[in-house]
Design a protein around this ligand. Sequence first.
Ligand SMILES: *[C@@H]1O[C@H](CO)[C@@H](O)[C@H](O)[C@H]1NC(C)=O
Ligand SMILES: *[C@@H]1O[C@H](CO)[C@@H](O)[C@H](O)[C@H]1NC(C)=O
Ligand SMILES: *[C@@H]1O[C@H](CO)[C@@H](O)[C@H](O)[C@H]1NC(C)=O
Ligand SMILES: *[C@@H]1O[C@H](CO)[C@@H](O)[C@H](O)[C@H]1NC(C)=O
Length: 112
Amino acid sequence: MRTLVTILLLTLVCFLSYSSAAPLALRMLNRKVCCTNSTQMHIPKGKITDVVMTPSDCEQQAIVVTTVCDKKICIDPNWTWAKNLLKEFEMSTANNSAPSAPFNVTRCTEKV
Ligand SMILES: *[C@@H]1O[C@H](CO)[C@@H](O)[C@H](O)[C@H]1NC(C)=O
Ligand SMILES: *[C@@H]1O[C@H](CO)[C@@H](O)[C@H](O)[C@H]1NC(C)=O
Ligand SMILES: *[C@@H]1O[C@H](CO)[C@@H](O)[C@H](O)[C@H]1NC(C)=O
Ligand SMILES: *[C@@H]1O[C@H](CO)[C@@H](O)[C@H](O)[C@H]1NC(C)=O
């Protein structure tokens, strides 16, 4: 029984990590992410599918950027570029619409 549960959990984790077409509910689940560190790194907007602030219960606040390769990058929330990015992304996805240009316009190529 325990093994079965473990396998199910592992399957779920794999699905969450690798499915880029995860349904909305799973995407929301996927959004609950904490960062242990953050960095200042310019990510081309075309490669961005999601930008979200970490939940307030996270020890370290960061802006989490998800790329078209389903990679999550923790960005310094005090960095002006990142703050503007978050604002721009929120505007682009107002009304729960999918991110529109300039976001999410390139496909995953070199795993960034
Ligand atoms: C966190 O990031 C800073 C700056 O990039 C770096 O100097 C530090 O070593 C990192 N800390 C950890 C625990 O990775
Ligand atoms: C951002 O700034 C606040 C207030 O100055 C500071 O407490 C926090 O540690 C900073 N966060 C990062 C990731 O540098
Ligand atoms: C969001 O909805 C409001 C009212 O329905 C509309 O005026 C606005 O243009 C919409 N914004 C986007 C980005 O679709
Ligand atoms: C990004 O664009 C691709 C291809 O147009 C689409 O399949 C995918 O659902 C988009 N991602 C998001 C988060 O809307």
